[in-house]
Design a protein around this ligand. Structure first.
Ligand SMILES: [Zn+2]
Length: 775
């Protein structure tokens, strides 16, 4: 969007409602000044208009998601309590937050009307005593209704401050007053972190901290600050999540509360808002410890940060099995944005680039209409546009709507460019100078970035640019840039209208070698983009996604070359696919194929994967990509070949059986030297193998469809009977078979006699993992 200079053009644009020349939005001021001044200033979204890859996704988010949301569905649980499920009340507040930011960005009149109507309609659902949740009176404060109040406050406070319409203020204060009256550590008050009030060791309910801080600053009412201080105390109760004390003691986030990632990061975002308000340094220090722990131990290449919704053990990052919840992606983005504002350090902007360009855009369907819940390192993108049970569908749009607030900012010295995208920024520096920046670039597809600098008059200030840590060489003009302690490249000089900054970041392909669970595999990055193989791009190569391997691990041997994307892959003007030398796992006939940025992988419903094996090199677990089966379907739907013991299966169907088996079949023969079997859950009525007539056997098929052949037994499986499985523990027992010489097989299974426990009318067994290794 350009800014017309002539008055007549401006008048025409006003008539058509274009935000860029309408009066800038001035959010209503807060009554409480900040104790800690931000080192970088979050921008009001109308100041920053992006038009490149990010701009394309921002426009799609507004046009195909936020504008089209059925607001009667958002309000349904409030109009007819209880809602269709326990946390259905969160959606309206999350929508109000995202849609307000989107309206500020574009000035879309229809969206504003929808916002006004929805904010008023939500307020009309408030009960006499201030309650604005979706629960019946008898069920109040039992699971997720403090949580819904949190999002109603976030949405309505954002709406009020940006639109200037204070009508919802009494609604917000009555909600907050009810919370202050109900919860606390005085006699007769409820314990906010009690398991009876909300889940996840109180982290869900107490994440109401963030909007309570915002309401305190907006209204100046001290009782809201007192409530925030109560929350910090409640966290440290013996039954509380002990968020601050554990992080300050150097414990990982996996040891805080119950390790639930979305709720914990939501609490930390509130803690940082409170630090900004009161100056309490330990809240910032604890958050910095959490950030470092996540970056060091718990982050996927794309910036995803959870599996099965939790922070798990160090480097316990399986490729699939409920990996990468989008709510976690967005709260991680918010956490980095908070830390960037408070510290002004480029390392937080670097994490923002990583999570935005890969995991966040990868979770959004490129046309903006749908979002994925778990967006994993391999599989299919689970796009959905139905709110039922889909917390992430209202989280993802918030992440996109926040992009203009931190893509380009100001600081004490001048302007800061955090994310490179084509577009314009109209910035007011700390000394009041207005500076327009116009960026021309096809980044992240190309590394050339041209920024036209247009201050209202010749003025000395700094422009800070970010050189990502993956970038080995760059050039910049004009000369004279210095790298500061904040790690930005700083150009300080007298700028005048017509000046141009030209930054060239060399975008080289990089091969990242896997470790831990991804040992034996590699993935490829190009610049900031994580690339993935997509089965839709294998058409014609005559191999499956499972057979695909990288030809080499040296970037030179892979011949990686960007090409213009065509057809449905052309999701924005700079879209590229990346040619690469490929092979099959067994190193047969090399060929070339193309990889696609994770953001667009699987967009048409095809399967994709980030981590790829390398031709001729075995991956650690040879069964990972095989097809699993079992003697009976059972009643637990997990997987036995995903390297994740938490995801397990049983054969329980209420019937007896003489034998049970768990099998994995491969597309290609594999040479196996070691087999591991991890038992699953042990129940009162079965779940193990009865060894009274023999240990479980390992059988193989040498060729597809050939007879099963026993190659050994799991000799270290403990002695059990049909009724007694007490020698086994839940999901903790691993049994191995080491073979004297490797055997070639196309299928493998473990077979044994199922046990009945205390119910002899039936019998069943369980399995968490079946693995096979080359050595
Ligand atoms: Zn979610």
């Amino acid at each position: 969007m350009t800014i017309p200079k002539s008055a007549s053009l401006a008048l025409i644009a006003v008539a058509f409602g274009a935000r860029s020349i309408a009066a800038p939005i001035a959010p209503l001021p807060e009554k409480i000044p900040l104790a800690v001044a931000d080192k970088q200033d979050s921008q009001i979204p109308d100041r920053v208009q992006l038009t490149g890859l990010l701009g394309t996704r921002i426009a799609a988010n507004e046009a195909n998601r936020l504008v089209k949301v059925d607001t009667s569905r958002l309000l349904e649980g409030y109009r007819k309590r209880p809602g269709r499920q326990t946390w259905d009340g969160e959606h309206v507040g999350k929508w109000l937050h995202a849609a307000t930011l989107a309206w500020v960005n574009t000035g879309d009149a229809a969206l504003r009307t929808k916002l006004d109507e929805t904010a008023a309609a939500l307020g009309a659902c408030q009960l006499e005593d201030g309650y604005l949740g979706t629960y019946l009176e008898k069920d109040r404060w039992t699971a997720w209704d403090v949580w819904a109040h949190k999002y109603n406050l976030i949405g309505l406070i954002t709406y009020m401050r940006c639109t200037g319409n204070l009508a919802p203020l009494p609604t917000c204060q009555r909600m907050a007053d009810l919370l202050c009256k109900t919860f606390g550590d005085a006699p007769g008050q409820l314990d906010l972190v009690s398991g009876k009030v909300g889940g996840h060791m109180g982290m869900a309910s107490s994440s109401v901290l963030e909007p309570m801080v915002l309401l305190y600053r907006f209204t100046g009412e001290k009782r809201y600050l007192d409530f925030c201080r109560y929350i910090i105390r409640a966290w440290e109760q013996p039954n509380g999540p002990q968020i601050i004390s554990r992080l300050l003691a150097g414990q990982g986030v996996n040891k805080v509360g119950n390790a639930k990632a979305y709720e914990m990061l939501s609490c930390l975002n509130g803690a940082l808002e409170l630090h900004r308000t009161t100056g309490d340094r330990k809240l910032l220090d604890a958050s910095l410890n959490a950030w470092q722990d996540i970056v060091n131990h718990r982050l996927y290449p794309t910036g995803a940060a959870s599996y099965r919704e939790l922070f798990r053990d160090d480097f316990d990052l399986p490729e699939s099995n409920n990996v990468g919840e989008t709510c976690v992606t967005v709260t991680w983005l918010q956490f980095n944005s908070q830390l960037l504002r408070l510290t002004g350090e480029a390392r937080f902007a670097e994490q923002l680039e990583r999570v935005v360009l890969n995991q966040l855009l990868g979770a959004q369907k490129p046309d903006g209409s749908a979002w994925g819940y778990y967006v994993q390192m391999k599989g299919k993108k689970p796009y959905s546009s139905t709110l039922d049970g889909h917390c992430c569908l209202s989280s993802g749009p918030r992440g996109i709507a926040l992009l203009p607030t931190f893509a380009i900012t100001t600081d004490r010295d001048g302007a800061v460019v955090n994310l490179y995208d084509a577009g314009t920024a109209k910035l007011t520096l700390h000394d009041g100078t207005v500076v327009n920046l116009k960026t021309e670039t096809l980044y992240p597809a190309e590394g050339r970035i041209r920024i036209a600098v247009d201050p209202q008059r010749e003025t000395e200030f700094s422009i800070k640019l970010r050189v990502p840590s993956w970038c080995e060489s760059h050039s910049i003009s004009p000369e004279g840039a210095n790298r500061g302690a904040d790690r930005y490249l700083t150009l300080r000089r007298k700028w005048k209208p017509g000046d141009v900054v030209q930054l060239d970041l060399k975008l080289k392909p990089r091969v990242v070698i896997g470790d831990h669970l991804c040992q034996g595999k590699a993935h490829i990055c190009h610049g900031p983009l994580v690339l993935a193989a997509d089965e839709a791009l294998l058409a014609g190569a005559n191999i499956t996604l499972e057979q695909l391997a990288l030809a080499k691990t040296a970037p030179d041997g892979l011949g990686i070359a960007p090409q213009e994307a065509e057809g449905e892959w052309r999701t924005w003007p700079g879209a590229k696919l990346y040619q690469v030398n490929a092979d099959t796992r067994k190193s047969g006939a090399p060929f070339t194929t193309r990889l696609v940025p994770f953001a667009d992988a699987g967009a048409a419903g095809s399967r994709y994967k980030v981590w790829l094996p390398v031709a001729g090199q075995p991956v650690a677990n040879l069964l990972l990509d095989g097809n699993e089966s079992r003697s009976r379907q059972g009643n637990v739907s997990g997987s036995i070949n995903d390297d994740d013991p938490q995801s397990h299966v049983t054969t329980f169907d209420g019937q007896p059986a003489a034998e049970d088996w768990f099998a994995v079949t491969l597309d290609q023969p594999a040479s196996v030297r070691r087999v591991a079997f991890l038992s699953g859950n042990v129940y009162h009525d079965g779940g193990w193998f009865d060894t009274s007539t023999g240990k479980p056997r390992v059988q193989i098929q040498r060729n597809a469809g050939s007879p099963w052949e026993t190659i050994g037994e799991l000799t270290n499986y403990p002695a059990t009977t049909a009724a007694d499985g007490s020698a086994l523990k839940h999901l903790q027992n691993r049994f191995t078979l080491d073979l004297p010489v490797p055997v070639s097989l196309t299928a493998i299974r473990v077979i044994g006699v199922p046990a009945c426990g205390d119910n002899p009318k039936q019998a069943f067994s369980s399995c968490a993992e079946l693995q096979a290794f080359a050595n």
